[in-house]
Unconditional design. Structure first.
Lengths: 793, 166
């Protein structure tokens, strides 16, 4: 857009506008309200609803304000008799076929059509002919449809095409027969699809799980922050009679703009799952029995002291979910360290910890979300970006469409919906070589020498065309970025991938970042839920065991903070065995699962993200606090309260806080201002990865299996992404194994195995089989990445 | 998104024809070739389009299938359900109406035993509902049979034409 300024007048008010801006934008900025349906600031201009007709001086007919660019000296009248008459006539036409079913429509009370009909509609309709009726397509478990209400603004169609990146909805037929839909029976599957609900100005597309459960004017609205990925999308929680009924986006241009991912929108449905733990439970003769809080805390404290007296503090292992809040993480580590153990971690999905000492103070993107849009070149290593962090993927897509050259190095051909400079796809065991190829190509491109530390990894590596294209893209322009995703972080050769990423970033003078698990891994690291660092990234004297070591060298007792080791752990088999073999397992848990039922000695019910004050640090290093919006159900309590009470019963220091704000103050004081810290390669021993025999398990974490809450959201589980319990095979491997699409196969790792349906997927390189983690079907199966056998049954 | 068919479904010569059409437009405007591709597909598929053909065309043109569905359902010349082998459209727009097209329609309906919009049970004739003037007013009343115009119609002439259809 041009920077040239023009002078215009709206309703006699002189205004300055940028040349090329549309009248409606200038009016919006000036606070002059023009009615509209199809116009949306984040979408292309369609000008098909005609509601924003305004009068222009010297124009013979009213013009749509959304599609009329401003010009010098233009005089606009938005409420002149001519403009009002045009707007009222448009409204009359729009209402011809719109049903008068507001009393049973969920949109009632927050409906743009209803609001504007009040201002521009006639009191009584002149229309006596028959109205149009449209059948409703089934768009899946998230979006309800009442297409008779549709006014054909096409906001939803433009959203799927322009923002989501794949046009799933369209307008079929013409004239009276035109309808919005998918034409064929087809669900809408994109991970941002729920945004069409907010975009729809009428009640045609609505929140399906929320249907008929509340009215806009009955609910109260509370600011929340999503805990499911490091973006930290801002939400409004809508609450009716103490129940968190739905989530909608809270505009924040620098984080989630005006959108949220479906995972953020529908995870609240998990809060009211039947698996919620609502009373403290203690193991008795007949399994877990409800007890009072005082008894539960008493026994938990005694159990912890007994274990430490008998076996030593080293025999206590403590694991926290990366989505828990800073306050919870801080008290959790204070409790465990107060008891004398450093066996503390939140990185359950990781296996390679060789780089621990050389990593920054906390995992972060290395860049702000807004800055991504102005990059020239970027490279992402090991990330199914769209599924790992949908809103981050959206930013990268925007950047790519805007000219940023984005290259990808991945263990499978993930779909991105944007043009890339190259997509280098290699077998999981060769991912390191793939990254090395880019490093070599980059050194040739930039005439820079490969850093000494990674010389061993690039020896005899000859870059292919794709690697060269990625290197060329990354070397383009001035501002550059290298990011490693969750698949890289969970890779057995994380250290090598990280080293190569750092080497590339160093050579290209690019920023370096990491996409970590959960909504607060940055906060967890800063709060000190790490075996080798306390709050504020202070090194501890005797480093404890990391998450993986705690499972492979089992401890006598475990303390869990809202994690499900058999689903979250990198080696889920070792985790399950360790829990089963432990003398005592004390779990602070929001949800029950079969493992807890079998293995836990004490279960202390905790609140989920919206149920207590909590602070989370997102991937930009941005601290965001939100209040408790609803009460935890039954006897469940916010985890910070339970941890504080446990600290008191154990007579430890530092547990005197009266409210969570005070915990946050203490945490901030202990953390200080360490900054992101330096990423380097000091003391990291790098090795050439070995390729195991047979197939390679690519352990993807499905988008709707990332944490305990999301796993309980029924609507999300019913989506296509939620039904991910499949073993996806490359066509060549399927042929060799004599497996057809849809056949049942047995996936075995050592003596563990599970039955899954096979899918033939051309996105996978030969020799790889994608067997997801985090699902009921694959829990306890074993290592997330590595050798696996598959056979037809 | 699961495709009902991929581009391999299309005959080789048809794919070449589509590529040739695409080459007539600037890069990135391959959707301009949708109409030509659909017309070809309709001819090769016995007069109508189904999801296999439409999805295959979408795949060939690297478009989401809904883009192709939108075009196919917008134009009345495309059929999206099975119809008879011979397509008969009798114009009923104003010039033809003034020259007696209503009687021609009535005659054809009676002769074929079907209403406008239907196909005879033997699948021989599809009496298409024409939506707009076919621009042959000078010869009204007129009808189009398989892309061929017949003008100055009389019931006898209609009989003759319809009887001559395979």
């Amino acid at each position: 857009m041009s920077d040239e300024t023009v002078n215009i007048e709206i309703n006699g008010e002189p205004l300055k506008a940028r040349k090329g801006q549309m009248v409606i934008e200038v009016a919006d900025d000036a606070g002059i309200r023009i009615p509209r349906f199809c116009y949306h600031k984040k979408l292309s201009v369609a000008a098909n609803c005609r509601m924003c007709l305004v009068e222009l001086e010297k124009a013979p007919k009213p013009m749509p304000a959304c599609a009329t660019p401003v010009g010098e000296g233009m005089k606009v009248y938005t409420q002149s008799p001519k403009a009002l008459s045009a707007q009222k006539n448009t409204m009359e036409f729009l209402l011809i076929n719109h049903p008068l079913d507001c009393p049973i429509c969920d949109q009632g009370g927050e409906c743009e059509l209803q609001d504007l009909a009040l201002g521009f509609g006639r009191g009584v309709s002149r229309y006596t002919e028959g109205k149009r009726v449209v059948s409703d397509p089934d768009l899946g478990p998230l979006i309800s449809t009442d297409m008779t209400r549709c006014i054909h603004c096409t906001r939803c169609v433009r959203f799927t095409e322009e923002v989501a990146g794949y046009k799933e909805l369209g307008a079929t037929g013409r004239g009276e027969q035109m309808r919005i839909g998918t034409y064929i029976e087809q669900t809408v599957d994109h991970e941002l699809s729920g945004n069409v609900i907010d975009l729809c100005p009428v009640g045609a597309l609505n929140n399906k799980p929320f249907r008929f459960r509340g009215r806009a004017w009955e609910m109260t609205q509370h600011a929340q922050v999503s805990p499911h990925d490091p973006v930290g999308s801002n939400l409004w929680a809508h609450v009716l009679r103490g129940e968190f009924l739905r989530a909608v986006p809270r505009d924040n241009e620098s984080i989630n703009e005006t959108w949220i991912a479906d995972r953020d929108r529908y995870s609240n449905e998990g809060i009211y799952s039947e698996e919620r733990v609502t009373t403290p439970l203690l193991r008795g003769k007949d399994g877990l029995q409800p007890v009072s809080w005082s008894e539960a805390l008493e026994v938990a404290a005694k159990t912890l002291s007994d274990v430490i007296r008998e076996h030593g503090a080293d025999q206590l292992g403590a694991l926290a979910a990366p989505g828990a809040s800073v306050e919870e993480h801080f008290l959790f580590q204070a409790l465990v360290r107060g008891l004398g153990s450093n066996n503390l971690d939140h990185r359950l999905g990781q296996v390679d910890f060789r780089s621990d000492g050389a990593e920054g103070h906390y995992p972060w993107f290395g860049i702000t979300l807004e800055e991504i849009e102005s990059l020239d070149g970027a490279m992402v290593i090991g990330s199914s970006l769209r599924k790992e962090a949908p809103m981050l993927a959206h930013r990268v897509r925007k950047a790519a469409l805007n000219g940023t050259r984005v290259g990808l190095v991945n263990p499978a051909h993930y779909s991105y919906q944007f043009p890339t400079s190259g997509h280098l796809v290699r077998h999981g065991a060769e991912l390191v070589t793939a990254a090395a190829e880019v490093v070599v190509a980059l050194s040739e491109q930039l005439k820079a020498s490969v850093p000494e530390e990674v010389q061993g990894l690039v020896k005899n590596v000859e870059p292919g065309a794709e690697a060269r294209a990625i290197a060329e893209g990354l070397a383009a322009g001035e501002s550059r970025w290298v990011m490693l995703g969750q698949l890289a972080r969970s890779h057995p050769n994380w250290s090598e991938l990280r080293a190569l990423g750092l080497a590339a970033a160093g050579m290209a003078n690019a920023r370096f970042g990491v996409l970590s698990d959960g909504g607060n891994s940055a906060g967890a690291a800063l709060a000190g839920v790490l075996p080798h660092r306390g709050p504020g990234a202070q090194a501890v004297k005797d480093a404890g065991l990391n998450a993986h070591e705690m499972f492979v060298s089992p401890r006598q007792a475990y303390l869990l903070l809202d994690c499900e080791p058999a689903r979250d752990a990198w080696d889920s088999a070792a985790a399950r065995d360790a829990m089963a073999g432990a003398d005592k397992v004390i779990a602070l848990a929001s949800f029950m699962n079969e493992d807890l039922r079998q293995q836990a000695d004490i279960v202390l019910p905790v609140g989920v993200y919206a149920e207590s004050f909590g602070t989370r640090v997102n991937g930009e290093g941005r601290w965001q606090s939100s209040q408790g919006t609803v009460q935890p159900p039954g006897e469940a309590r916010p985890a910070w309260k339970i941890l504080r009470a446990l600290g008191n019963v154990l007579e430890l220091d530092g547990f005197e806080q009266m409210d969570p704000e005070e915990v946050l103050r203490d945490a901030r004081a202990a953390i200080g201002e360490p900054g992101p810290g330096e990423e380097n390669l000091d003391g990291v021993e790098l090795a050439q990865p070995a390729r195991p025999k047979g197939l390679w398990r690519l352990g993807e974490m499905p988008i709707y299996a990332v944490d305990a809450l999301v796993r309980r959201s029924e609507p999300l589980q019913q989506t296509r992404d939620g039904r991910a319990a499949e073993a996806r095979l490359a066509p060549a491997d399927a042929e060799q194994l004599n497996v057809n699409d849809g056949d049942a196969v047995r996936v075995s790792l050592g003596n563990r195995g599970c039955r899954l349906l096979a899918r033939i997927d051309t996105a996978l390189p030969k020799g790889s089989v994608a067997v997801p983690v985090g699902l009921a079907e694959t829990e306890g199966l074993g290592p997330r990445h590595g050798g696996v056998t598959v056979e037809r049954i | 998104m699961k495709f009902h068919a991929t581009k391999e479904f299309l005959p080789e010569d048809m794919r070449e024809m589509i590529n040739e059409r695409v080459s007539r437009y600037p890069e990135g405007w391959q959707r301009s070739a949708v109409i030509d591709a659909l017309r070809e597909a309709q001819h090769r598929n016995g007069g109508y389009l189904d999801e296999r053909w439409m999805d295959a065309i979408a795949d060939q043109l690297d478009l989401p299938p809904i883009d192709v569905y939108e075009v196919a359902t917008f134009y009345s010349m495309f059929e999206t359900r099975p119809v008879g082998r011979n397509s008969v459209s009798i114009c009923t727009n104003i010039s033809c109406m003034l020259r007696g097209s209503d009687e021609i329609v009535e005659h054809a309906e009676k002769k074929l035993g079907i209403k406008v919009g239907q196909t005879t049970s033997d699948g021989r004739v599809y009496l298409k509902c024409e939506e707009e003037c076919l621009a042959a007013c000078k010869g009204a009343p007129m009808m189009m049979v398989n892309h061929k115009y017949h003008e100055n119609l009389t019931p006898e002439k209609v009989d003759e034409i319809l009887d001559g259809l395979e």
